[in-house]
Design a binder for this molecule. Sequence first.
Ligand SMILES: Nc1ncnc2c1ncn2[C@@H]1O[C@H](COP(=O)(O)OP(=O)(O)OP(=O)(O)O)[C@@H](O)[C@H]1O
Length: 313
Amino acid sequence: MSRDFREQTVVKARGLTKKFKDFKAVDNLDLSIERGMIYGFLGPNGSGKTTAMRMLTGLLTPSEGSVEVLGLKVPKDAEALKYKIGYMTQTFSLYGDLTVFENLKFVAKIYGLRGSIQKKRIPELLERYELSELKDRFAGKMSGGQRQRLALAAAVIHKPLLLFLDEPTSAVDPESRRNFWEQLFDLSDAGTSIVVSTHFMDEAERCHKIAILEAGRKRADGTPEDLMHAMGANVYEVEGPDLRDMRLKLLALEDVVSAAQLGARLRVLVSRRVHNPEDWLTQRPEVRQATRISKVRPNLEDVFVTSTGEGRQ
Ligand SMILES: Nc1ncnc2c1ncn2[C@@H]1O[C@H](COP(=O)(O)OP(=O)(O)OP(=O)(O)O)[C@@H](O)[C@H]1O
């Protein structure tokens, strides 16, 4: 039993599949998430992030596959698991007609926290999540950022070992998002493992590891750095006149994985199949009018585009 705390796997899934009639919302997903990690599910709407998360939390029964979370078999041991995990759903699931304090008290009761523990824990959470001055405010009358802080406080009230967050920042402004991530790093530093879904690239880049999901399937996984390093394309920025026309012409080439206009530049991904991509690109008639072509470092969006079918649209 003296295994290193950090090395333990908190989520193990093999062949995890969820079918709704003939439609596979999650298709043969394998996952291995280590303790202490912030693990991201990155994918567009409908890629299966929520469905996967609901199966991992024991709320939804898989059609196929096996899941073990914190050493418990899911969904068989879902009841015991409930007390060890926190789950912040995509839509605000607390009571708008209860105050901040009443909501936390209610959730504390659900988790069976004793009165003496509640008395210590609730003020601690109000303070940590900057809710002390809002404690008598109805949750329904709070801003998106405030509500999100309350939802996080409620999700960690019982000090879960593992926290699931489903697109937690989709309804908040950039500053609240930044602050929210600071809170996640604090939780992670204190030993909480976190699984978070997002469709924001900058958020995914903050995760220790990510899985890229598309149409229910895992297209790639690893650390953001490793994924960028292993990417199957070289990235170039092209400047010049009539970029829209240049983009369409480049997209027609089989070895151009993607061409996207970013203001006055085109970001062009050339397949790794091409031997000498710089010469290949600069000599193409499609970029004859270009005034500058330069190689740039890949980012996570490039990884996403090369792992999914997004780039050619
Ligand atoms: N109960 C259900 N019955 C039928 N289809 C469903 C059900 N739940 C989800 N789906 C479908 O499964 C697919 C995956 O949905 P899911 O909500 O898991 O995706 P997501 O990546 O979380 O996207 P979003 O960000 O939009 O929530 C979608 O096409 C969705 O319509």
